[in-house]
Design a protein. Sequence first.
Length: 360
Amino acid sequence: MLATSLDTSALSGPLDDVGLTAYRETLPTRIRGPLHAIWWPNAALAVSSALLAGFFAWLLLGTGQVTPDDVVVAVGAIGLAVGVMALTAVTVAKDLERRSGRRQWRLSRFAADNGLTYTPVAGRLDLPGMIFGAREGQVAWDVVTDAGALTVGNQTFTTGSGRNRRSHRWGFAAVRLGTTLPHLVLDATSNDSLRVSSLPLSLDPAQRLRLEGDFDRHFALYAPAGYERDALYLFTPDVMARFVDEAAALDVEIVEDRLILFARSDLSTLDPDTWEWVFETVAAVTAKIEQWQRWRDDRLGETRVVAEAHDVRIVRPPRGVAAPGRRLTERVHWGWIALGLVFAGIGLFSLLDDAFGLLP
């Protein structure tokens, strides 16, 4: 059962220094880390910058004969050194705050006050969905759960290598629906950049389903081939209106028995307004999906009426989704494939030409 109201006082209230100190010792090393790992390199950088600034100040003020060019160079060097010291101070402050355990302490108290469970850091979560596929460096942070019905957290992972290596961070809220549904994705248009989808995967555009009203201005709905009628059954006009009103800033994925809301920004934060918004959004979009529990995949069997001795009953297909509806198809980038084949052909022809002299 999702919490109907939240006590967010722990997110911004006074800290219990004794409790914080004891709690910090329970955190994994990757969170709190040794403080000397922060102080020594940054202190060395700050001291060297200060010495450099002092040297140029002496050069500028302590000698009687300086040219205008000397003044420009000295002032520039002093400004650079001061900038480095300021940046170092900001970096140290951020690192100290990150390793202080205050964030984790507040979130743990917030979770306890609301009957929730908090995990500061975890490996790959056992959740379906496009942001939870196995990737390098996959770590979940600040995971808050509500008896398995709702999971809210943030996740980081990396893709690519070398110059193409990229770090990704997603905030998510995953709700257990109690029934298995076809794989559907609502790609919010509000977080796209230059009409380019923000989704972590590129979906086959042939699966895009156009819906009535202004729903398409807010979301692009994707459904597996052959499941268009099922998507229309699930997304009735009142359900569509609720998603537009409450979740237009988030991408949405329905996969297996989960409804997952996700965004490029953290959803598990120290901001009380964000938590209120997440819980209100989840409650709003799930309040209109009672009929989803009644959905059955006709590909697993037909609904039929069975007459018995003293009764007549309706036999419906079992819960579940046939194989074609379990996952959407990713987009095949034929242009890149063709370009790769062209380069491969050029390379092969070059090798053959070197070996057999094909060209005159």
